[in-house]
Design a protein around this ligand. Structure first.
Ligand code: ARG
Length: 460
């Protein structure tokens, strides 16, 4: 039976139920890479400071390399009785190299060790997620550029509102993911500090060199308070919040793709390779990827609620509750990354259906605002113009016509200022071209937005 590293003061052995209940190795073993990295840096520092011998440090580092290789190859035996990743590795080290292995935990606690591991892990995760988001933005840009000439109805309240360029709609999502990446980068600043050396909660009486360890592990700064350092999981909550917002943005996009690929909209064709079929209905092609992304958004928001609730009642400093931080964190990391990757694939293969979009542009009086703006240019106050065009639309509804079906006489019966030149304003292209304010949907503005986005993507 594995001896507990903390077993000295205990008379009874741990109940088997408790071993199963308290273990975390089944999920925190995924931290092994960073745990070993942290231990190597710690051992080197202990030797540099004369706390252990250089020889012991060398044997520790060698032993840890052997263990890492074993774990990499899947040949390591994880023991639930040894609770977590930290004690599993430490016990194996002692078994492997004897006495020097038992010196590794000098001036350290699992409390600062686990905080270090999570921060190192999360730094890497944030970087991979950021890369995945950059590729997703690349796919959005591809959509915007490839189908630049396409127009579509813009919606508010899911009702036809005003015509927009397909590219303008796509670029709206680019902006959301831009903010998500900026937010991640900001969160990274608070993740990127080294808590090692805080020990259990109060610091240590050994002459350690925290700065050396920080440098070795590639952290940008040091935590300033040992009690805060071992009990702080703000950075986990902050990251999962970022992940939740990314999911929410993906979910909004998914919702549109699901609607757009329906028979009723039929605005897009999703790639076959990113859809699935029905086991009973032979004709079906289902948008399962966006649906699952929309569904998984609930999980990540759940992870956020879990971590916030976990932290809210904790007295200083470390409490075992904190072990529950890992599953929501890992789940959020895995889920958001896979969803970003899948969405990229969907977007790279999606094809907007130009004819259907054009057909959709024909109904819903999309250029009514343009007619009102036209009247304003002719001197009519906007409120009056709005009222007049409202009556024109009512007339069209009654007579089953679109605005552009009206002839000049019909139009002039509503307002005498209307002249021949209004027809240009009633057209889809005319309407879009006129929306030339900064950030608007005119081709000029959209091209500028795409150029700016490309520059940003290359530099960020
Ligand atoms: N498995 C623990 C966790 O994830 C490691 C720290 C345990 N510390 C302790 N004093 N029991 O939080």
């Amino acid at each position: 039976m594995a001896k507990k590293p903390w077993g000295g003061r205990f008379k009874e052995s741990t109940h088997e139920l408790v071993e199963r209940f308290t273990e975390s190795v089944s999920f925190d073993k995924r931290l092994y890479r960073w745990d070993i990295k942290g231990s190597m840096a710690h051992a080197r520092m202990l030797a540099k400071q004369g706390i252990i011998s250089k020889d012991d440090a060398e044997r520790i580092v060698e032993g840890l390399s052997v263990i890492k290789e074993k774990i990499d190859k899947g040949e390591f035996h994880w023991d639930q009785k040894l609770e977590d990743v930290h004690m599993n590795i430490e016990a194996e080290l002692s078994r492997l190299i004897g006495e020097p292995g038992k010196r590794l935990h000098t001036a350290r606690s699992r409390n600062d060790q686990v905080a270090t591991d999570i921060r190192l892990y999360l730094k890497d995760e944030i970087n991979s997620l950021d890369k995945a988001l950059a590729s997703l933005q690349g796919a959005i840009l591809y959509q915007a550029k490839e189908y630049m000439g396409y127009a579509m109805p813009g919606f508010t309240h899911l009702q036809h509102a005003q015509p927009v360029l397909w590219s303008h709609h796509m670029m709206a999502y680019f902006e959301q993911f831009r903010r998500d990446r900026e937010r991640l980068r900001d969160t990274l600043k608070r993740v990127d500090v080294c808590p090692l050396g805080s020990a259990a909660l109060a610091g240590t009486d050994f002459p350690i060199d925290r700065e050396y360890v920080r440098e070795e592990l590639g952290f940008s700064g040091l935590t300033r308070n040992s009690m805060d350092a071992v009990s702080d999981r703000d950075f986990v909550a902050e990251f999962i919040f970022c992940a939740s917002l990314i999911m929410i943005h993906l979910s909004r996009l998914s919702e549109e793709l699901i609607l757009w690929s329906s028979e009723e909209f039929s605005f897009v064709e999703l790639p076959d390779s990113f859809c699935t079929g029905s086991s009973i209905m032979p004709q079906k092609k289902n948008p399962d990827c966006p649906e699952l992304i929309r569904g998984k958004t609930g999980r990540v928001i759940g992870d956020l609620v879990a971590i916030l609730t976990l932290i809210k009642g904790l007295p200083m400093a470390y409490n075992r509750d904190l072990q529950e931080d890992k599953e929501p964190l890992f789940d959020a990391c895995d889920t958001v990354r896979s969803c970003v990757e899948v969405m990229e694939g969907v977007l790279r293969g999606m094809v907007p259906k130009k004819e259907r979009l054009n057909q959709a542009l024909k109904s819903g009086y999309l250029t009514a605002t343009d007619l009102a703006d036209y009247l304003v240019e002719k001197g009519v106050p906007f409120r009056t113009a709005h009222e007049v065009v409202g009556r024109v639309v009512a007339y069209c509804i009654e007579n089953n016509k679109e605005l552009w079906d009206l002839d000049l006489d019909e139009l002039r019966s509503f307002s005498s200022v209307i002249e021949e030149d209004c027809f240009e304003r009633l057209s889809i292209d005319g309407s879009i071209k006129k929306r030339n304010s900064y950030g608007g949907t005119s081709p000029d503005q959209v091209l500028k937005a795409i150029e700016e986005a490309e520059r940003w993507l290359a530099e960020f």
